[in-house]
Structures are given as C-alpha cells and as structure tokens.
Design a binder for this molecule. Sequence first.
Ligand code: PLP
Length: 424
Amino acid sequence: MIIKVNQNILNLKPSATLAINQKVNYLRRNGGNVYHFGFGQSPFPIHESIVDALKANANNNHYLPTIGLETLRQNIAEFLLEHQNIKVDSDFIYIGPGSKELLYQTILILDSVFLIPKGSWVSYGPQIKSKNGTYIILETNLVDNFKLTSDTLKTYCEDNPEQQKTLILNSPNNPTGAVYTIEELKELADVCRANDVVVISDEIYSQINFTETFSPSISQVYPEKTIVFGGLSKVFSAGGYRLGFMALPKDLQFLHDTFRSMFSETFSAVAAPIQYAAIEAYKMNDGISDQIKCCSLILKGVSHYIASKLKDVNIECTQPQGAFYMMIGFNKFKGKINTLGIYKSDQLSDYLLEKFNVALLPSSDFYFKDEDLFFRLAFVDFDGQKAIRAYNNKPFVNEQFIQKYCPNIFGGVDRILEFVKKMS
Ligand SMILES: Cc1ncc(COP(=O)(O)O)c(C=O)c1O
C-alpha cells in the first residue's frame, strides 16, 4: 500500500539556517577552520538572575495553564508598556514554546493571503506553504535598506481589494539588520487601516537596537489589528529556553478561545521552570538591561567594522541598525563571478564555503531572486562572554578589539576581501 503524505509538507526543505550550521559543524569536526557568518544565535550568556530563577524552579513538575502563567503575562504587559511603549491587555497575551510556534499557529488560524517583504525571515514562507496557504513577495530595494515602502504596499492592496491580507513585518530585521522608523510605520499603518490589513509584527529583536533602547512598533500606530510577537531568544540570549509570547489586538480578540484550544491540543503549555525564569527576565532588572545595552553596543561596533571594510571594496551592504545581521551583495562583480560558472546566490554560497571557508546564507532563502548575488551575513561568531568583559574594561570596539575578541569575524572579513580582490 502506498503511504500517503501531505505533499505541502513533504516538499519542505530543512531550514536553511540549520542546514548551513550542520555543514559548518561537519567541516569543523573534520579539522577545517570555517568563518561562520551563517547562523543567527546570540553569542552572549544568559544573565545570571534568569539562570538562578530557572534553577530555583527546577523541581516544579506541574503542567501550567495553557496560555501561560498569569504573573508572567502581566509582567510582559508591563514590560511592553515600560520598555517598548506598547499597550496590550495581559488577558490577551499568550506564552508559547518560542515565537516560531506562535507565528505558525497564527498562520494556521488566519485564512489570509500573507504579504512578505523581500528580505524577510526564512521560516515564514515554509510555514505558510505547509498549510497550502498563499504568500506574495512585496518588492524592496537596497536604497531603502530593503524596507517595505507604503507605496509598494498601497499598490498591492489597491490591485487586490478582494483578498483578506496579513502583512508580516519584522523590525529589527532578519536578514537585513534594518529598523523601521516610527514615521515609516505610520505610513504603512495608514495603508493597512485603509485596506483592513492584519499585521503580524515580529519584534523578537526589539531591544537589540544600535542607537535606542528599543525599536518602534507598528502596534504603536496601528494597535487595533497588529499582533505583537516577542520572546527570550534574542534579547535575553536564551534561544534554547524556547519561550515566546504573542499579544492579540482588539480586533482579533474574538480568537481567544481558538488560540487557547489550538495550544491545548498541540503543545499543552510551556515548561514550568522556563516560565518562572521568564518572569525574572521580564522584570528587566538593572543588571539585565545593562547587559542588553552592552551587547547591543558590541554588535553595533562589530557590524560597523564589517560594513566599512566591505564597502571600501565596493561590496554592497545594508546599513545595520539592530539584530545580528546585514545583507551584503556581490552584484558589482557579477561578470567575473559568472566566468566561474556561478550564476545564482546558492552556488556562490557553496563556492565561498568550499574555496574560502566562509559560510554565508544565499538571499534566495530570504525571498530574493536566485540570480541576485546578495547574502545574509550574521556577525555573531565570537565568544560573547569574553567580549563583554573586554568591553566593560574599555568600552570601544575598534579593529584591535575585533582582531582580539572576534577573530573569526576578523578572519572572515579578510577572506571575503580576498575573494573580491580575485574578482576585480
Ligand atoms: C525574525 C525571527 N523571528 C522569529 C524567530 C524565532 O524565534 P524563537 O522561536 O526562538 O522565539 C527568529 C529566530 O531566529 C527570527 O530570526
């Protein structure tokens, strides 16, 4: 008998980020030195007050309420108000095992066409595909740091008035490092309001902002239909804890029971000790907030070093303003690159790993055309603990700092420059 399988799921590839990480680990295990710009995990330690809270609750073996501990949901509401200027009702905050799972469940529940700006996170598309849903890529450009403009959104909405639409917006952005200004968000909000667009606002990197303590949110200017997502993974450097949250806005609160039922029929509840650790995180004591500021400034210094070195030799770069990423482009060297028999970003990504030991993710994984020679460069391949210590002694990130505390970043940039020299 033929075993039938959901074809939408069978056709999914393994997540690009996890795939490159496995390849790099394999090469490293076999003695190769790889400059790993491929994986976006925080390099910094979890603040000890959060770890202590986890330890103190290690013997808690209870199933907690499906949507999360009330105290945690209240703490998150207070945190959002105090630290992100977002007003949400704690009754409509939901805790899940990572924001990824909450995004997935939201995508399952909403019967929409999803709008994804070119230059967005890898997983939105496959999540939508897995339910046989539809997504549309909205064009963006390097001059705008690959941010979606209100004109592009307006044109799409006016050309497709009959569809129910959900815009997926991520700021600070993975893969570009761009942060939307409140003015840009207001312009997008006006278009969303005029066209009844629901917004999924993925704010998982909010506090990792290179100039401010948090990043503007479209929910500040479009509170009625924006679902806000966040979590412990990036801001609190605790990806492995697997805890995220979402906050439902007024116009979607009728879905409260639907979300609760979905959660109870799938993951039941997030692990009890982790929820107690998260309560501590969202109190945001001075030690935690100082550490987040310090980490953001280190990342800012590292990103500016990379961007200035690469721009010097004509590599196109986004201007990183937050998160762990920037995009870099080799389109100006296309002619010479084509002579290597390389026409697509995934081919060049393989070539750079094989010949230059540099791991970069091709932009085709982020909704760019295959022939567009852009890449995501994640700048977190260093020992964050050592970098924090050094930065606290002398708060200045220059070339010497990078060479000493981020040697793989230093070496990797050198290898990219070497490649470009060959292509010039
Ligand atoms: C843009 C973006 N959104 C969501 C996530 C998911 O984060 P988590 O499930 O760890 O909360 C990530 C993780 O890499 C991300 O980069």
